[in-house]
Design a protein. Structure first.
Length: 490
């Protein structure tokens, strides 16, 4: 395998290709119109130019003026990149850009002649031919077309030139012969989500001679600065890097239930009906550990940052203080505009660059809405867990159960088995009064109390009561009381 690599100009794609492209190779860039092929090609040419290499863009489908206009929309200047207009509308000029007359006025062989003349004139180390589909349409013979393409690739390789050959995906399905000639195939996709009616873009490496690469479809977006790619990395299961420390809430009776807190580096799920206090309890964990020097981040899929701050301010949780100090980060996540790979990259940055040790995802239901178009939620959560466990980072997952009362299902998304710890928050009826109860149902590392206790969220903060000794059947969905007496006061 070649160790020498040439950058594509897009860091995420270089990562997928294990460092970049192999010199003097040919790559077929395929995709439907509007999938990002030309933009990707300009990334490469700009990188080639910045590294001091001569580069050439041969346009057979789009005028050079149009290419410049599109580049300008990204804030790019194409100076020192040789742009040659071989389109039907091309006309001679004196701007250093090479043109020919309409192909309709000359034989197809003259197009190839002028193409070779351009290559000989500029002697590029990087070339983009946009597009090979046009050359195919101009060819009078399939045999001659394949022969000409093969000769072109051989000549470019001999001159130590790396080439991008842009091709329409529909045409490749009709004739796959060109795919056997090139050294690599990069396929760009642009689809409309059936569920959310939003655009989903991706890139897939279908062929890459001389090297390994990250397989699968990798999320891609086009923004004001060009193309961004988020590699689909499958995190390896590593031995958990547990520290000999616990993650506590700072509420004495809450920490009594968990007998000193949860093991650092594990995953805790807080599950319960809407409004029962799951998100508020998570912020309590974040704030308390921030006071102990452990930086945390909360990914808010449902609430805005200000809403979270206002809610905590009303229940005596000093979240704003820690946010202002940079000890807790609140990230608003739009569930309609992010892929699992992009989200995992944000997590990596928060762990590796921001040094966050506690992560909270609020909530699993909204995460599922965001990631449903990209595969099974269990697989995506498993990938996050593999990463956080390997880094010794604690993860809190907020899960909403449907219904206020009735049969309990820890997680309707089916991820509860992945977690190390489970806290259940539940509504119950006590002597004509609706109360909230909390219990620890699972703690993988260490013992815990299985008591049911009342939890109340008030202006004084989160209050935990004594064990509800006279209640029976809360978890069955049909709570009953025996010898009520007086309810323990908080």
């Amino acid at each position: 395998m070649s160790s020498l690599r040439i950058s594509t100009g897009v860091p995420g794609i270089d990562e997928i290709l294990n460092g970049g492209l192999i010199p003097a190779s040919s790559y077929l860039i395929i995709g439907s119109p509007g999938s990002g092929k030309t933009i990707f090609s300009l990334h490469f040419l700009r990188k080639c130019r910045d590294n001091g290499g001569k580069c050439l863009y041969l346009s057979l489908a789009e005028s050079v003026d149009s290419v410049k206009k599109n580049a300008k929309s990204f804030g790019w200047k194409l100076t020192d990149i040789n742009l040659v207009d071989l389109t039907l509308a091309g006309k001679p000029n004196t701007n250093g850009e090479y043109s020919v007359f309409s192909p309709g006025e000359v034989e197809a062989e003259n197009i190839w002649k002028n193409l070779y003349e351009s290559i000989e004139r500029y002697k590029p180390k990087g070339i983009v031919i946009d597009s090979m589909t046009t050359l195919k349409y101009l060819s009078t013979s399939e045999y001659l077309y394949r022969k000409n393409v093969q000769n072109l690739i051989l000549n470019l390789s001999k001159s130590d030139c790396l080439s991008y050959l842009i091709f329409e995906s529909s045409e490749l399905e009709k004739d796959k012969s060109i795919a056997t000639i090139v050294d690599g195939i990069l396929r760009f996709r642009r689809q409309i989500s059936k569920e959310k009616l939003i655009e989903i873009r991706s890139i897939e490496i279908e062929k890459f001679r001389g090297s390994s690469y990250l397989s699968g479809r990798h999320s891609l977006s086009i923004c004001s600065s060009g193309i961004k790619v988020f590699p689909r990395k499958i995190e390896k299961i590593k031995q958990p890097a547990h520290e000999d420390k616990k993650v506590t809430s700072g509420i004495p009776l809450m920490d009594q239930i968990t007998k000193g807190g949860f093991q650092a580096g594990t995953c805790t799920m807080l599950t319960g009906s809407s409004g029962v206090g799951k998100s508020t309890l998570v912020t309590q964990f974040l704030c308390h550990n921030a006071s102990l020097g452990e930086k945390g981040v909360m990914y808010c899929f449902e609430e805005g940052k200000q809403s979270v701050l206002d809610r905590c301010s009303g229940v005596n949780i000093p979240l704003k203080r820690y946010v202002d100090d940079g000890k807790v980060i609140l990230r608003e996540i739009n569930p309609l505009s992010m892929s699992p790979d992009e989200f995992l990259k944000i997590i990596r940055n928060d762990v590796e660059k921001a040094r966050c040790k506690i992560l909270a995802l609020d909530s699993l239901r909204s995460y599922d809405l965001a990631m449903a178009e990209y595969g099974n939620i269990v697989a995506n959560v498993q990938n996050i867990l593999n990463y956080t466990r390997g880094k010794g980072v604690s993860l809190f997952l907020v899960n909403e159960m449907q219904g206020l009362l009735g049969q309990i299902s820890l997680s309707e998304e089916g991820v509860s088995y992945l977690t190390d710890n489970v806290l259940l928050l539940r509504y119950a009826e006590y002597n004509g009064e609706i109360i909230k109860v909390i219990a620890c149902l699972k703690k993988r590392h260490g013992d815990f109390e299985s008591d049911l206790r009342e939890i109340k969220i008030s202006e004084q903060g989160i209050l935990i009561g004594e064990k509800l000794t006279r209640m029976r059947g809360v978890l069955s969905g049909m709570p009953k009381t025996e010898d009520l007496g007086r309810k323990p006061e908080l």
